[in-house]
Design a protein around this ligand. Structure first.
Ligand code: 5GP
Ligand code: ZN
Length: 117
């Protein structure tokens, strides 16, 4: 599990202060930016500014932050004029989590199968 000092998304958030990462949305809890390897025409990651490695590491004190992730995804979807989209939050390697700083995937612009692979 990455700690804050060696975390890719913590460094992307820090870089944004120098304008290197383009944010589609930012508030006091989260930032949203495009996935580097998109799996759909629109693939945005909604990432809390606070480092939390996995969903299992969320605490009751993070409830507002976690709610903000979904609310931010909704705002990004509105901005992209997406009416239908998928939100995905992978927890742990077996579920497909590769970056250990929680992030909500917003995928849109095509239809999706169910169940996911
Ligand atoms: P996970 O598999 O952990 O749920 O999702 C991690 C996501 O982060 C992947 O979709 C991957 O493409 C994306 N990603 C990995 N490295 C970078 C990066 O440096 N910049 C951006 N914007 N996305 C990244
Ligand atoms: Zn981090």
């Amino acid at each position: 599990m990455a700690n804050e000092d060696e975390c890719l998304f913590c460094s992307l958030i820090a870089c944004s202060k120098s304008g290197k990462t383009e944010f589609l949305y930012k508030d006091r809890f989260v930032a949203a930016f495009r996935d580097i390897n998109p799996k759909a025409p629109h693939h945005i990651l909604i990432v809390p500014l606070k480092h939390i490695s996995t969903v299992n590491d969320i605490t009751d004190e993070d409830a507002l932050l976690v709610g903000s992730m979904v609310n931010a995804a909704r705002k990004v979807a509105v901005g992209l004029n997406l009416k239908s989209y998928r939100l995905v939050l992978n927890c742990g390697a077996d579920a497909g989590q590769a970056v250990f700083h929680i992030h909500l995937h917003l995928l849109g612009g095509r239809s999706f199968g169910w169940p996911p692979g």
